[in-house]
Design a protein around this ligand. Structure first.
Ligand code: ADP
Ligand code: ASP
Ligand code: MG
Length: 411
């Protein structure tokens, strides 16, 4: 018998009508003889509403109590879905994170799963019941409720699939698969039939929010195939699985990801000597801020260097404040900041074996008059930082330059 984990995101359970439609879909899989574990998100917009409620009392809200508030969204949908399944004669049982239990560390608002109990869900499956699990939430070793970070129900689903040794983890959402880029930005984006874990990991970490990055990390580590599907229509979706046989030629570019949540900081004219990067970034790390791209280039005439890096936009003000004293100690005295930038990235495992991709990318951006502020590359991706106002134009220009549209023939 096949064991499937089926996860339904916020839009898929966004109204009673949608919950009834999900129940029909789950009932169909159950009647086909599969064992089913369902994971659900809160109704769309609900988690944002709960964040606003907490902010209305305290800004920023205490992180433990915020998780108590946020976890309620998913508790509503598991109950409603079980009622809808019951109405269809499908035996179902709801589980909150602590009831499973999904044990996490104590990092409120961004907890990591450390262990999952399999007994309760195993017994429900044994009894022929569909298990309906609340996504996004867990419990720490002291019994506190935790949440896994925005989009965390994807991670709950994959973690349940790993724990229960499921055959496939199906992520039902409001698009019918993973596309060459976000179809909301480029309507001509093409659906991908298959992606490697490595490519999906890169796309997710570079901003493609269709899957939470930690979900892909888990799936890759434990080799659980993920299938992204539409909850609105039937189809085969996109399979995310290990890289196929090396003899199968991989597409050169599989997709374009982008991220608006970035900000750029530059320390001007710091001395070119050992220890400077450490002085600049040490303070940033001490402030708990993650750094993404880094560029440093020495000016040979003056023996000084400009040091530029990017951080999450939410950390921008804190980063400027931590950097100013360091900059003046280093004799620079000037920090330039820009929180209106965006990062666009080309991703593809086939890039390894193709030369000239970077120049083709830069040519396409130049043709649209888009200035590149920073560049970073790895074996399977090239990222550029541009002015945020060029984000959509840049994504569309690259999509067309690399002929990623539906039915386009790769050259
Ligand atoms: P859910 O609520 O089901 O978890 P999300 O909103 O988190 O859904 O993820 C689905 C959304 O991801 C889509 O509506 C789409 O706008 C966005 N998205 C971003 N990049 C991509 C991509 N490459 N392919 C498909 N969808 C993408
Ligand atoms: N409800 C949570 C959120 O909106 C988790 C999820 O939907 O995956 O982020
Ligand atoms: Mg999501």
């Amino acid at each position: 018998m096949t064991l499937l984990v089926q996860k339904f995101g916020g839009t898929s359970v966004g109204s009673l009508e949608r919950i009834e439609a999900v129940a029909d879909r789950v009932a169909q899989s159950h009647r086909a003889g599969h064992s089913i574990v369902v994971v659900v998100s809160a109704m769309s917009g609900e988690t944002n509403r709960l964040v606003e409620l907490a902010l209305g009392i305290q800004d920023p809200p205490g992180s433990r109590e915020l998780d108590v508030v946020l976890s309620t969204g998913e508790q509503v949908t598991v109950g409603l879905l079980c009622l809808a399944l019951g109405k269809r004669g499908v035996p179902a049982r709801s589980f909150t994170g602590p009831q499973i239990p999904i044990v996490t560390d104590s990092a409120f608002n961004k907890a990591r799963i450390v262990e999952i109990g399999t007994e309760a869900v195993g017994a429900a499956l044994e009894a022929g019941q569909v298990s309906v699990v609340a996504g996004f939430q867990g419990v720490d070793p002291d019994g506190n409720i935790t949440t896994l970070g925005r989009g965390g129900s994807d991670t709950t689903a994959v973690a349940m699939a790993v724990a229960m040794k499921a055959d496939e983890c199906q992520i039902y959402t409001d698009v019918d698969g993973v596309y060459t880029t976000d179809p909301r930005i480029e309507p001509r984006a093409a659906k991908l039939a298959r992606l490697t874990f490595e490519e999906m990991l890169e796309l997710a970490s570079l901003g493609a929010k269709v899957l939470q990055i930690r979900a892909v990390e888990f799936a890759s580590k434990y080799n659980v195939p993920i299938r992204v599907l539409s909850s609105f229509e039937d189809g085969t979706g996109t399979l995310i699985a290990p890289e196929e046989d090396a003899s199968v030629e991989q597409p050169m570019i599989s997709g374009i990801a982008f991220n608006r949540d970035e900000a750029k900081l530059t320390v001007l004219g710091v001395p070119d000597r050992p220890g400077i990067a450490y002085r600049i970034l040490g303070g940033i790390a001490d402030a708990g801020i993650e750094v993404d791209m880094i560029v440093q280039n020495v000016s040979h005439d003056l023996g000084t260097t400009d040091f530029t890096f990017t951080v999450h936009r939410g950390d921008f003000r804190l980063a400027v404040a931590s950097l100013e004293p360091v900059a003046s100690e280093l004799g620079s005295g000037r920090v330039l900041g820009d929180d209106r930038i965006a990062k666009i990235s080309l991703v593809g495992v086939g890039m390894r074996s193709h030369a000239g991709i970077a120049s083709r990318m830069f040519q396409a951006l130049a043709a649209e008059g888009i200035n590149i502020q920073m560049i970073s590359t790895s074996e399977i991706k090239i990222s550029v930082v541009v002015d945020e106002k060029y984000l959509e134009l840049g994504v569309r220009a690259l999509h067309s330059a690399f002929e990623l549209e539906e039915n386009a023939v790769e050259c």
